[in-house]
Design a protein around this ligand. Structure first.
Ligand SMILES: O=P(O)(O)OC[C@H]1O[C@H](O)[C@H](O)[C@@H](O)[C@@H]1O
Length: 526
């Protein structure tokens, strides 16, 4: 099927996307999927009926449906770590049994959720003014992205997120927090991550130095209950989760506690319900109408078939400002691998580089390259039909107009003739030609648009689950284990070894010339 897709791509080389609309008046509807009030429109791509059928056949050939069912059934599909992959159990609110090694995990999942809700309710009415989530990667990006996204629903204490081992992060945060009314959440699946442990210790020392003590000031979220216990945090304030919740898939459970405290247990449940609705859609809908499946297949068409190495995620929704960063971990840590599940070299490119910024800001920064650069960057637009500021509806109309204008401009472009017309009054002769050429937009650049009524907890849940499943489908088709992350280990090991060289306690013998030079600079200037 890969070869067939390659030849379909070759046959379509140079064919204009806008011409496809002219040929088929039903194109927009045919290449869109509506589900639970959200619309995913992928008609502004070169995908036509034949390509779409071949892509779906690719997914069928990779047994996406069977692998999906294996994931939901608790099979150990994370094979390098021998673990099940069951973040979906965290949003399985009706409690239908989910078995791991023959045991139903749902009673414990729901009990933990209830305990979290009790604590969140207590904290929201206890005079706590500030909550600081100390975590990194999957223990930071999800709740932080969610807290920004759901700002209109934020009626709990202020929430801060400290992740970087750079002391600037915690120092700047602590300046904004009154010690007597601040709660710290240590969020770490392993409870060994150096950044998080260092920041947590600094917070602990800060409270003691401020004379308020640490009693009742810490909550721990982890899979490693023993390590959490070593901190002396009472059991009632420790929330565990199992190793079948991957870090970057963990915002639905205890790692989401800061978000739950911010928006309240009820809205957090609504967020879970949104994820659950997407799970249902993913499990029950035929592949060709399945939103995560088609989102993944559009990505495979652009990356592995057409060779576009990056993908821009462009939310026209300022509160999704951290979504690109969240998706960078979700997608690149999951599918940035060079070996297939059986350990052989990957037959094709791994997942794309994902990047982006909210619109309209990006338009005034990097869109120049997207429109006129030599590389094609497939764009993923997102926008809500309605904002949360009824008095500022004119802002929202402008926001939508800009979002739609960008995908239209990318598709249509501007021909040399049109460019000549633009500058005809100002230049003539050869100069007219030269000036016109600078104003040509090649167009025919693909984009997709995800549109939803309004960014609320349920919609956010759907969007996050949509992308999780997108990553899963892409991983299955590429034959990648999307659930390990061995590629982050080497840097950690070297950092541990370099620590004493930075402080000067050990010589830098044996290090390469560049590393020695950089250490020398630190020693002379630090
Ligand atoms: O939650 P933790 O165990 O502290 O891990 C935090 C993060 O660090 C690791 O290096 C991984 O790359 C991430 O997948 C993980 O989310």
């Amino acid at each position: 099927m890969w070869d067939e897709l390659k030849s379909l791509a070759a046959e379509r080389d140079g064919r204009r996307i806008d011409a496809l609309f002219a040929e088929d008046p039903g194109r927009a509807q045919a290449f869109s999927i509506a589900s639970d009030g959200m619309l995913f429109d992928f008609s502004k791509t070169q995908i036509d009926a034949e390509v779409s059928a071949a892509l779906v056949a690719l997914a069928e050939g990779a047994e996406v449906a069977a692998r999906r069912d294996a994931m939901f059934a608790g099979q150990k599909i994370n094979e390098t770590e021998g673990r099940a992959v069951l973040h979906t159990a965290l949003r399985n609110l009706d409690g239908a049994p989910v078995l791991v090694d023959g045991e139903d995990v749902m009673p414990e999942v729901l009990e933990t959720l209830t305990r979290m809700e009790a604590l969140a309710t207590e904290i929201r009415s206890s005079g706590i003014t500030d909550v600081v989530n100390i975590g990194i990667g999957g223990s930071d990006l999800g709740p932080k992205m969610g807290a920004i996204a759901l700002a209109p629903f934020h009626d709990g204490p202020r929430c801060h997120f400290v992740s970087n081992v750079d002391g600037a992060d915690i120092a700047d945060t602590l300046k904004r927090c009154p010690p007597e009314s601040t709660l710290f959440i240590i969020a770490s699946k392993t409870f060994t991550t150096i950044e998080t442990m260092t920041n947590a210790k600094t917070a602990w020392d800060w409270l003691e130095a401020q004379g308020v003590g640490t009693d009742g000031k810490f909550v721990a979220l982890s899979s490693n209950l023993e390590k959490a216990a070593e901190w002396g945090i009472p059991e009632s304030r420790v929330f565990g989760f199992e190793d079948w919740v991957g870090g970057r898939y963990s915002m639905w459970g205890p790692i989401g506690l800061s978000l739950m405290i911010a928006i309240g247990p009820e809205d957090f449940r609504t967020f879970l319900r949104g994820g659950q609705a997407m799970d249902r859609h993913f499990r029950e809908t035929p592949l060709a109408q399945n939103m995560p499946v088609m989102l993944a297949l559009v990505g495979i068409w652009h990356n592995q078939i057409l060779g576009h190495a990056t993908r821009a995620v462009l939310p026209y929704d300022n509160r999704l400002a951290r979504l690109p960063a969240y998706l960078q971990q979700l997608e690149m840590e999951s599918n940035g691998k060079s070996v297939s599940i059986d350990g052989a070299d990957l037959a094709r490119n791994s997942g794309p580089v994902v990047w982006g910024e909210p619109g309209t800001n990006g338009q005034h920064a990097f869109y120049q390259l997207i429109h006129q650069g030599t590389r094609v960057v497939p764009c993923e637009f997102m926008v809500a039909a309605k904002g949360h500021e009824p008095d500022l509806a004119h802002h929202h109309a402008l926001l939508i107009a800009n979002c739609l204008a960008q995908s239209e401009a990318l598709m249509r472009g501007r021909s040399l003739d049109e460019a000549r017309d633009k500058v005809a009054g100002a230049f003539e002769g050869e100069e007219l030609e030269r000036q016109a050429r600078h104003r040509v937009f090649p167009g025919n650049r693909p984009s997709t648009t995800l549109i939803y009524p309004q960014l609320d907890p349920e919609t956010l849940g759907r969007i996050v689950a949509l992308y999780e499943h997108r990553v899963f489908v892409e991983g299955v088709i590429l034959d990648i284990n999307s659930f390990d992350q061995w590629g982050v280990e080497l840097g950690k090991e070297l950092a541990t070894a370099l620590g004493p060289m930075v402080t000067g306690d050990e010589p830098a013998d044996g290090k390469d010339g560049s590393t020695r030079q950089l250490l020398d600079f630190v020693h002379r200037n630090g």
